[in-house]
Design a protein around this ligand. Structure first.
Ligand SMILES: [Zn+2]
Length: 306
């Protein structure tokens, strides 16, 4: 809402109790297909068993190599072998899964435990609604990440219960009575709920600040961002599980002319966020170096052969 930081209007939004497709008509982005609603991962139990076995095997292999290295004095396990084990574990885990929250969408449908947030419908400035911006950016971002081969779940203000993925981004925009206030900021939950939250923040912040015209508005991170309800798994069932790194981003101010011009073209913010997500997945070795291939490389590869 204009005149107050959206984050201060009340802890942002939550998501639907029933999986549903986010309103495609809100902010059309032609290049981005409609984002399918989140649905529970199919054979989760089976996948967990596979993962457990894979991790155990990898651990035993590494322990064996370390023991062998200690006995024979031949040093640490070869990097290539460690890399192969990482690849095997990643293959068993399947493509990285990414959860994207459209800030404030369908706030009125939030469950009873989050009833206080049902009126948290987001900021408005100059006839532009924050939820429209959030929605357009998430749709474009989901399309880019799917192009890269990732699995993407899109949800509204209500996070699916105990949601798990490789990471979650909650997408918001800001507004202020001061038209000169501008810039991007982000926050992970405090006290720290996941050891990888700071790395996710670092990678996404770097990408946003390097690849967008937005300034750094870190000084205006609010308590409501640091205690974002959707990341508060101790208090709410409809929250991101603590095992999943999560970050809330504020993509600029609707009330600032320059930020607003940027936000009216959601593809640019989506690309910057996608770059940050890919950098993070590289850092945690969830995807191999060099993947995903740049679109130009993918397109030119087959044609390159004479
Ligand atoms: Zn918001």
């Amino acid at each position: 809402m204009l005149g107050r930081d959206p984050i201060q209007e009340g802890p942002i939004l939550g998501a639907p109790r029933h999986p549903r497709a986010p309103v495609a008509e809100l902010a059309p982005t032609p290049e981005a297909p409609a984002a399918p609603a989140w649905k529970p991962a199919e054979p989760r139990a089976r996948r967990r068993r596979w993962l457990g076995s894979a991790f155990t095997l990898a651990l035993l292999a590494l322990l064996g190599l370390n023991w062998s290295a200690a006995v024979t004095g031949r040093g640490t396990p070869p990097a290539a072998l460690v890399s192969s084990l990482e690849q095997a574990v990643n293959a068993l885990r399947g493509p990285p899964r990414i959860g994207l929250q459209i800030g404030h969408l369908d706030a009125a449908a939030m469950p009873r435990e989050l009833a206080k947030l049902r009126t948290s419908t987001g900021a408005t400035a100059g006839g532009l609604e924050e939820v429209q911006v959030n929605h357009a950016v998430v749709r474009a971002l989901a399309a880019r990440l799917r192009q890269d081969g990732f699995t993407v779940d899109v949800f509204d203000a209500t996070v699916p219960r105990h949601y798990r993925a490789d990471l979650v981004l909650a997408v918001h925009a800001d507004a202020s009575v001061d038209p000169s206030r501008e810039g991007y900021k982000s926050a992970h939950f405090l006290p720290l709920r996941n050891g990888r939250d700071p790395l996710l923040k670092l990678d996404v912040d770097r990408a946003m600040l390097a690849r967008s015209p937005l300034g750094d508005d870190d000084r205006n991170v609010s308590l409501d961002m640091l205690e974002y309800y959707a990341f508060n798994a101790r208090r709410f069932r409809h929250a991101v599980a603590r095992s999943t790194p999560a970050l809330i981003v504020e993509l600029g101010y609707l009330s600032n002319a320059r930020d607003r011009a940027y936000l009216e073209r959601p593809q640019r913010a989506a690309q910057a966020l996608a770059d940050g997500v890919v950098a993070y997945l590289h850092d945690v070795k969830r995807i191999p170096a060099g993947d995903p291939k740049p679109a130009s490389e993918q397109a030119s590869a087959p044609a390159a052969a004479p």
